[in-house]
Write a protein of this length. Sequence first.
Lengths: 115, 112
Amino acid sequence: KAGVTQTPRYLIKTRGQQVTLSCSPISGHRSVSWYQQTPGQGLQFLFEYFSETQRNKGNFPGRFSGRQFSNSRSEMNVSTLELGDSALYLCASSLSSGQSYNEQFFGPGTRLTVL
Amino acid sequence: KQEVTQIPAALSVPEGENLVLNCSFTDSAIYNLQWFRQDPGKGLTSLLLIQSSQREQTSGRLNASLDKSSGRSTLYIAASQPGDSATYLCAVNDYGNNRLAFGKGNQVVVIP
């Protein structure tokens, strides 16, 4: 069974640009979450999608957005990039549904560098 | 707001010693707790998941305990090996939402 995949693995952008990251969950998983990891702040929750609907949202500005498709694949978009957006972006998938929260499995991440 | 703490931030142990990693959280109303391993520049590998109703979980040389009332979890790694060198992260999933709150991790070096 294939794990969580993320593309691209590395990205270099300049300030002001926008970027789209992609995540394909484990087959059968309908919940996809996104996290940002930086040396200073550690891992922080961005948002979670379930059945194409955003179910939870963290404390990030509106420049960070996402969506989920009918096949559960998810994309995350960051507009007007800032230097502080440089981070490892991790996607996680789980079987979680309704009030049942299951084990989360993470992808390898996308390393975003903003110059 | 749930806060998760892992102390110490870094530790070194000689090969063969047992590792004990601690995690504390402020809100005991959790759904489950998960321990992860992260190698430099890589994603997270799930090690153990403990449901709030459980006291411990075991997988091979790994054992994790949970004391929900005191807001603590401990990860034990028996007979450590150099391949166990990594950062270990504790994360709690609160009731009412499916979002993990992470500690900053314990960076472990096992010395051959």
